[in-house]
Design a protein around this ligand. Sequence first.
Ligand code: DND
Length: 245
Amino acid sequence: MDSQAQGELQRSDDPIVWGDLPQLGQNPARIYRLGIMGGTFDPIHNGHLVAAEAAFDRLDLDVVVFMPAGSPAFKQDKKVTSSEDRYAMTLLATSDNPHFVASRFEVDREGITYTAETLRRLRAIYPDNVEFYFITGADAIAEVVTWRDAATIAELAHLVGATRPGYDLSCAQRAFDDAPYDFDVTYLSIPALAISSSYLRERVGSGQSLRYLTPDSVTGYIHKRHLYGARGARYGQMRGDENAL
Ligand code: DND
């Protein structure tokens, strides 16, 4: 084994380097595939979870790490729930899936969270036999070419675009064709889940249920922390029972 490979193996045992990231790459004779689901997750919902699970299955990933953005790059002018609350909801939503991991990797980073910087830092931690698969939804995939330092993203990660059946991919395809760098993109058609975080926030604000839209543990957390205008209804309480509290 050459000295570089030895160094990588030593590095992989160091808990300070790995933090809460999944440890991969120990066997230099095989390739590992790390899925990365980046998001604001305000809040996380079943669309995110289904997209990540589809990518895990169809691309033979070893694990998917969910990374809530600390200070999301393109939401600087918007009010975003605290990163600790978004991380807590992500942790709850992923906790019962053995191949999902929630990470504080971006939450604990100072400043605006850029994906290229995240990938660069991950590349410095993981050995070369770990490949990165950055998972996005249909709406985000066409935007990737406009993200900060997109050349680094193209160089360091495969992209996975989770689309709805029948979704028009021509816009995304054109963006990649016109880009000055080569992106490796895989499109996955997943069952239609027209769920969005803003839809969930609206529902909470107007006292409607989130059942089947996000895990119950996330709904419970939203009510406990009074996020999105939740009126502090006891979790599991029937609608219209607010005065019974
Ligand atoms: P969003 O704010 O769109 O996350 O951010 C997605 C990722 O892009 C984050 O990691 C950001 O840091 C990164 N980003 C964005 C812009 C600029 C830059 C980086 C930069 O570096 O310059 P959401 O929580 O809204 O959604 C998370 C993911 O889930 C997105 O890819 C979204 O398209 C997808 N998604 C769905 N996928 C399947 N079915 C659904 C979905 N709803 C959202 N129903």
